[in-house]
Design a protein around this ligand. Structure first.
Ligand SMILES: [Zn+2]
Length: 298
């Protein structure tokens, strides 16, 4: 059934039907809470195949196995993220913390945390990435999906970058994080947001592996509804980042369908304007070239 996985409402509106790779994909917006999600959703089995068998890495990460260029990229992103985190939480990381990263990819962020003296653990479904991460950084990474992670340890810090938009049940995902976090711990989540269409094109922003599309309202609202208090919400490279801890203070209401429709409508208008400008500019450029060529002939 086409049901919102955040509020369970069955009422929705079809928002967009194209996606990356020019694939037909139905994204709906929930009438009740404004959450954006794909339907039909892929099955648990398909999720397992996609992430455990390396299909996702091949398509999205552009490599079965990370090479040096990939590490250079992930290490610079990791450094940027760590600097941001240390700015936002100047005292939290002063003493040794136990850290868990869900979907740690190449492990670059955990390696930086480890270099600061923290105890790190990563989980990552793609075994090829796990092997290379262990080899390069000598960190503890397990090949497993978060749903099947059986560790009973509690952590001071749990983070995930670009994972929550992929999971079939984001509410369960957040509950699972809550249960594994110490009472005075904190979390960091980063993912795409409809509030900043990072590809600058709706046809590539929507993507079949992103079964959820969060906003700067729906993500904090979800976290607060599962027992978190949002300490910081900020943007990094076009993505929304949230730092949260366990607490009862609530500041966010759910998103609304009307707001989401308005964002998409405004974006389409500006995209059309850009396309028109590009074509007008293109015509002027080719005319100028012709004139220059003719002038040269004289
Ligand atoms: Zn909903």
């Amino acid at each position: 059934m086409n049901k919102c996985s955040l509020c369970e409402s069955n009422n929705n509106e079809l928002l967009y039907t194209n996606s990356r790779g020019n694939k037909y994909l139905e994204n709906y917006v929930c009438d009740n809470c404004g959450f954006i999600y794909t339907f039909p959703r892929i099955s648990n089995e398909e999720i397992g195949n996609l992430y455990l068998e390396g299909g996702f890495s091949k398509e999205a990460r552009k490599s079965h196995e990370p090479d040096l260029n990939k590490f250079i990229q992930t290490e610079s992103w990791a450094l940027e993220r760590l600097h941001l985190l240390e700015q936002k939480l100047p005292t939290f990381f002063l003493n040794t913390k136990t850290c868990l990263e869900i979907g740690c990819g190449t492990g670059s962020f955990l390696w930086l945390l480890k270099s600061r003296g923290h105890l790190v653990k990563g989980i990552e479904p793609d075994s090829q990435f796990v092997n290379v991460a262990i080899k390069r950084y000598d960190i503890d990474v397990e090949t497993v999906l978060f749903d099947n992670f059986s560790d009973s340890q509690l952590y001071d810090f749990i983070c995930n970058f670009h994972v929550i938009e992929h999971v079939l049940d984001p509410r369960e995902f957040v509950k699972n994080i809550y249960q594994r976090l110490k009472n005075n711990g904190c979390i960091l989540i980063e993912c795409p947001t409809i509030d900043d269409i990072y590809t600058n094109d709706l046809n590539t922003f929507f993507w079949d592996v992103h079964v959820n599309t969060f906003s700067n309202k729906s993500l904090p609202w979800l976290l607060e509804s599962e027992g978190f208090t949002v300490n910081e919400i900020f943007m990094n490279r076009g993505f929304v980042c949230i730092i949260a801890s366990k607490g009862v203070e609530k500041r966010f209401e759910s998103d609304s369908k009307e707001r989401v429709l308005e964002i998409v409508k405004k974006f389409k208008v500006s995209q059309n304007k850009n396309n028109i400008n590009k074509s007008v500019f293109g015509k002027i450029k080719s005319r100028l070239k012709l004139i220059l060529l003719k002038l040269k002939e004289f």
